[in-house]
Design a protein around this ligand. Sequence first.
Ligand code: 13P
Ligand code: SF4
Length: 302
Amino acid sequence: MNSLVEEIKQLKKEKNAVIMAHYYVPDEVQAVADYIGDSFYLSKVATKVKEDTIVFCGVSFMGESAKILNPSKTVLMPDVTADCPMAHMADIETIKRIKAEYEDVAVVCYINSTAELKSYSDVCVTSSNAVTIVKALPNKHIFFIPDQNLAHYVAQQVPEKHFIFNDGYCPIHKDITCKDVIAAKARHPQAQFLVHPECPPDVLNYADMIGSTSEIIDYASKSTQKEFLIGTEAGVLYELKQKNPDKTFYTVTDHQCCIDMKKVTLEKICHVLRTYEGSVQVSDTLRHTANIPLNRMLDLAK
Ligand code: 13P
Ligand code: SF4
């Protein structure tokens, strides 16, 4: 076995640590993880972890959310510069203005956001629970931050609510265009198109199924179809192929790659386990305020 993998296993035991990973990190990192999943699954796991230390293989909002949900744990990020650009694409002044304008508004914050944005929000959501949670809210008006594409998808599923959109987006999902989808479908006419709701609305129109990373993996695994065209970050292909060696998966383009997620390496995991560098810090005040919408998400999604 790879000596780095051996060392990680040893260090995990010594330090009483657990490794959590999102489906977008490199294959060899997913292979050493104790828990792999989508953002919702990983936040639920973070609340229940018994070990002293969580090594979070993902981007900063994920490690931050784990620390907020389970503050007594040490949360280590293998690369502290791994950040989600979309997490910063909303601003507090606009939230305050919308709240002043609409008496009955809920600020619904995609978990891909900074802890500061969460602290000004009423509830967090992920791509797998956003529709359920928005439906369950008593408010008529929904200000959905930061992702405009997920917001449009949810708005379509919950037409009884009035949505106020924000202009944030994921650069990787936004980069998948209808032209790309049409060309990929022509190359693979038998393939079903499974797509993440962070993609633009016109791309979602071509979908056979729309869902979070875990939902895409579950759908393909249960399906009797043999070929799938995947409209999300290419890292999901690792788990898709692990679970379905008899099926074939294609990406729509050759650039479905989140460079921040790919910053996580086995070397960096070893390093933070040895040194405890990359420990996530969240101030008490921010932790208390950001914990409220995160916990409300966990409650409403039950
Ligand atoms: P999910 O994990 O909810 O599918 O979201 C994808 C994503 O972009 C995470 O950064
Ligand atoms: Fe952020 Fe997009 Fe990367 Fe997910 S894939 S972490 S939304 S930039």
